[in-house]
Design a protein around this ligand. Structure first.
Ligand code: ZN
Length: 261
């Protein structure tokens, strides 16, 4: 999309990397322009007025000047800093994972208002102190849907037969479940998708988040759902999601602390 010489945009900061002595390159997600990379000049100097506003996970308004290569963020105002998310290591690791998935799935400069709104809502739920990891599964499922990778859970991806609830297998390469007679056919590896895993996946795909928070499932069932979604995500991105390992490290450190108490 052609942008004016100067424009204002709402954005969520996904990440930043240092540039030169005092600058940074910001990756931000905006409702109307999608993912943008912007130069923020002088933000690493203590006197910078912009610096405090462009930290990862901040929801901000930015004034931007069109640049030759990358556009330049000139001013920023924090709308919401999700402070309590930052103050808790586990919430922070979840927040970084959410930002990382948006960064990796969203193409540059391709607006997707649903995805922007989903990220903002997910950070809001985290801030309210959501404890359930189902938040992450809900986020993954919605993100897959909004970016064109909605898992097919109702029709066999091979023969298109309608599937009644049962034990099936999930094909990452075909993006959905296969019926028992097609299990041997699809290319690539298949993941087991038990009756209960299928039920949870369908629930996550169909229901709103308030319904998801009321769902209570066993740890082992959650792990099955998590394994299936994260394997599919890794397959789509063709790599490991780094922030996912950070999230796991934090979780096991916290478990170790609790055992030691
Ligand atoms: Zn089939």
């Amino acid at each position: 999309m052609d942008r004016p010489k100067l424009y204002k945009t709402e954005a969520i900061v996904l990440k930043h990397i240092p540039l030169g002595e005092a600058d940074r390159i910001l990756t931000v997600y905006t409702p109307e322009l999608g993912k943008l990379r912007l130069v923020a000049k002088g933000v690493r100097r203590p006197t910078s007025k912009l610096g405090g506003h462009v930290e990862p996970l901040n929801h901000v308004t930015l004034s931007v000047a069109r640049g030759q290569n990358l556009d330049i963020a000139t001013q920023g105002q924090t709308l919401h800093s999700f402070r309590s998310v930052r103050e808790d290591l586990r919430s922070l690791s979840w927040g970084f994972y959410i930002a990382d998935l948006v960064d990796q799935f969203a193409p540059d400069e391709s607006p997707n208002f649903h995805l922007f709104e989903l990220m903002l809502r997910a950070l809001g739920w985290l801030e309210k102190g959501t404890q359930t990891e189902l938040l992450l599964r809900f986020f993954e499922m919605r993100l897959l849907g909004y970016t064109g990778y909605q898992p097919e859970l109702y029709w066999c991806v091979e023969c298109r037969r309608h599937l009644d609830p049962g034990n099936y297998a999930f094909s990452c390469s075909l993006g959905g479940v296969t019926c028992s007679s097609c299990e041997d056919r699809p290319e690539g590896s298949l993941l087991p998708a038990s009756l209960n895993t299928m039920k949870v996946l369908r629930f996550l795909q169909r229901e709103e988040y308030t319904a998801v928070t009321a769902l209570h499932i066993s740890v082992s069932l959650h792990r099955e759902v998590e394994r299936l979604l994260s394997t599919y995500i890794r397959y789509l991105l063709e790599r490991e999601v780094k922030s996912a390992s950070f999230m796991k490290v934090v979780a096991s450190e916290m478990a170790a602390l609790q055992l030691g108490e």
